[in-house]
Write a protein that binds this ligand. Structure first.
Ligand SMILES: Cc1ncc(COP(=O)(O)O)c(C=O)c1O
Length: 394
């Protein structure tokens, strides 16, 4: 993919220079070689090696951004081309195009079209759902150390949220969560694979759990990272929605599709609820370029498979580094990040990593004050992160 095609800024030479020098001590030469070979490899594959939106130059602060679980490999070439072909058509409202995407999702997930709502990213669904909880009984059960969108939104709106501890493997403790659900629980939030732990729950166990628990309370399954998991697509839970269980399945184009800045997400739920929530969340519609890119990216199966493998390769480098450094971490992560016990307050770790040029997540999860989430980057970025980790624990 040519840089000019995407109208991206030229590679910042100071950043490139910095990448070459961030290899600390003995690692410098190796890193430098790695940077060059990584860049060559990506260029040979026609991949963009650096992605920074030119309208926000401060994002390109020279730090490697491993803080937000972004997909640094960038979107499908087909998605970019599809958007370029539509730039002059932005004068039209996009409602009719939403219906085209809805048909594609319905066909892919085996659900009916009236069960689907589409939004600008999945965050509006999470916050809309928090609102829905407060209006439908006001009680949520979820796990500690999970993505905050629904639980924090629900708390903010005044709901009663029960946080069940993770089990010994840092998994959602489905048995304990089920035991915490009562007849007046409104909903249960499950994130699979979970952010920040990266752990995926066993698909059959989750299906059985959802079938039982959804008789009492709605089960919301956030599948933001599901396409990155080794067991994709067999661990997708849309069939529950197709079979009429009281569940919500939520997806985003921000992760494997690498469209975080373009904003596109969707949820599958009972049709009457989709009608109600869809009306509330529509709030002016969904952006047209996101729809165009999302549809092209869904069809680009080669890109999705390549991406899963690229992310897996980078993730393995981070888990190998944690092993080599003797740091505990949540085993077998399935998203584009690892969750590691840093052995120090998380903000001290973040400050040390920042001083070495790597930005890791700036917040922590209650109960896990020494743990930090580190996203994978491009090969050169992940390698630089590994060198920074070695320096922190030298
Ligand atoms: C588990 C999970 N769900 C949902 C989101 C929201 O993503 P977006 O609004 O970009 O779709 C994120 C973002 O990091 C996430 O980690």
């Amino acid at each position: 993919m040519k840089r000019e095609m995407q109208n991206l800024p030229p590679v910042d030479s100071s950043r490139r220079k910095w990448l070459k020098t961030v290899g600390i001590g003995a690692g410098a030469a190796a890193l430098s070689a790695c940077v060059d070979s990584g860049v060559k490899e990506l260029s040979a594959a026609g991949m963009q090696t650096e992605h920074f939106p030119s309208a926000t130059p401060n994002l390109n602060d020279g730090l490697i951004r491993l803080s937000s679980n972004e997909n640094a490999f960038g979107p499908s070439k087909k998605a970019v081309e599809a958007m370029q072909g539509e730039l002059l058509n932005l004068c039209r409202y996009s409602d009719a195009t939403v219906n085209v995407l809805v048909k594609k999702i319905a066909a892919q997930e085996g659900v009916s079209e009236d069960q689907i709502i589409v939004t600008n990213g999945s965050s509006p669904i999470l916050f809309g759902y928090a609102d829905w909880i407060t209006k439908n009984g006001n009680k949520l059960v979820t796990s500690m150390a999970t993505y905050e969108g629904v639980p924090r939104g629900a708390e903010f709106m005044g709901a009663d949220v029960t946080y069940v501890p993770l089990d010994a493997n840092m998994d959602f403790d489905l048995d304990a969560i089920e035991a915490a659900v009562t007849n007046d629980t409104t909903a249960v939030y499950i994130c699979n694979p979970n952010n920040p732990t990266g752990r995926a729950v066993d698909a059959a166990k989750l299906t059985a759990f959802a079938k039982r628990v959804s008789q009492k309370a709605q089960v919301f399954i956030d599948e933001a990272y599901i396409e990155m998991s080794d067991a994709y697509p067999s661990n997708v839970q849309s069939k529950l929605a197709a079979d009429g269980y009281n569940v919500v399945i939520c997806r985003t184009f921000s992760k494997i599709h690498a469209m975080a800045g373009q904003r596109l997400g969707y949820a599958i739920m009972p049709a009457d609820q989709a009608k109600q929530m869809g009306r509330m969340l529509r709030m002016g519609g969904v952006n047209y370029l996101g729809l165009v890119a999302g549809m092209a990216s869904m069809e680009d199966l080669e890109n999705l498979n390549t991406m899963r493998s690229r992310v897996g390769t980078e993730r393995a480098k981070l888990t190998a580094a944690a092993e080599a450094l003797g740091r505990p971490y949540a085993k077998n992560p399935q998203g584009n990040f690892i969750y590691m016990d840093t052995g120090m307050p998380h903000d001290e770790f973040a400050t040390k990593m920042r001083a070495l040029g790597v930005k890791v997540v700036g917040r922590t999860w209650p109960g896990y004050d020494t743990w930090s989430r580190i996203s994978v980057g491009t090969p050169e970025e992940t390698d630089a992160c590994v060198n920074a980790l070695k320096a922190v624990y030298a």
